[in-house]
Write a protein that binds this ligand. Structure first.
Ligand SMILES: NC(=O)c1ccc[n+]([C@@H]2O[C@H](COP(=O)([O-])OP(=O)(O)OC[C@H]3O[C@@H](n4cnc5c(N)ncnc54)[C@H](OP(=O)(O)O)[C@@H]3O)[C@@H](O)[C@H]2O)c1
Length: 237
């Protein structure tokens, strides 16, 4: 990374790399810390004189409240979120640097298996009946829209924390229904589940992000996922 940085001499760094899947972070916490915290520290240090954007997550919050502002207190539940909180703190030590917290991002990945929509579609294609929570809320956004918003925030030279997510607060079940309606060809089967009957690693019920600060800074309205899909019927998703 040091050699690449010297070679490229960037004027802006947008740091997206991460060990981003919560289960992988729970299983390999040392690797999660290395990739999410220490790599971020090294990059932020290399970029100390230029704008640096770090991608963080809605999961820094415990999800007991919802509609979180940038100023609300964080309370991570799980290794992934803990590493993101630790990385945020060190990024924010530099007043030139910016933290973008975002919610579920969907779209098209290189191998077709990264985004939540791709994973859901694969499960449908395999004929799996998918259980989705009716009482766990997020505000999803297509990654292409997140990219546009972050680019505008970067072009304006804004620093500090910004929440960038979709306008609609949707349960996992509602997200599944919206996507199932878009893919009638894969014969989707979804069953409603509740967090009350879930047993396993901690989950955060409502980590929806209040995005008014970012909204006031950018030139377009952050759409809800359902709204964006309706307006972009031919966009791959
Ligand atoms: N997607 C979401 O819903 C979401 C929500 C909130 C926050 N975020 C945050 O947004 C950022 C981007 O998320 P994403 O969904 O695009 O994540 P992702 O699909 O898991 O992609 C992470 C990227 O990091 C790269 N990477 C991981 N370890 C690396 C290493 N040791 N060296 C070099 N590259 C490495 C991966 O490379 P390979 O492709 O080679 O594996 C991949 O390109 C992450 O910081 C994530 O925590 C994402």
């Amino acid at each position: 990374m040091r050699a690449a940085y010297r070679r490229e001499r960037p004027s802006l760094v947008i740091h997206c790399a991460a060990l981003s899947q919560s289960p992988a972070c729970q299983e390999t916490p040392l690797l999660a810390r290395l990739l999410n915290v220490e790599v971020t520290a090294l990059l932020a240090d290399l970029a100390s004189e230029i704008p640096f954007f770090f991608f963080s997550t809605d999961l820094v919050f415990d999800g007991l409240q919802g509609d979180y502002l940038e100023t609300d207190e964080v309370n991570p539940r799980g290794v992934y979120a803990e590493t993101k909180v630790a990385a945020e703190s060190l990024v924010l030590l530099n007043p030139r640097h910016t933290v973008i917290r975002t919610s579920l991002n969907g779209g098209v990945s290189v191998r077709g298996d990264r985004a939540f929509n791709e994973q859901l579609r694969r499960a449908f294609l395999k004929g799996q009946k998918v259980g989705l929570f009716t009482d766990e809320y997020r505000n999803p956004l297509p990654a292409i829209v997140t990219a546009r918003a972050v680019w505008e925030i970067a072009c304006k030279g804004l620093t500090g924390i910004y929440h960038v997510a979709g306008r609609e607060r949707l349960s996992r079940f509602q997200i599944g229904q919206i996507l199932a309606a878009r893919w009638p060809d894969v014969n989707p089967t979804i069953s409603p589940e509740s967090l009350s009957s879930y047993r396993g690693a901690p989950r955060s019920p409502d980590t929806t992000l209040n995005c008014s600060k970012a909204q006031a800074a950018i030139s377009f309205s952050l759409p809800g996922l359902g709204e964006w899909l309706e307006q972009n019927p031919h966009e791959p998703f």
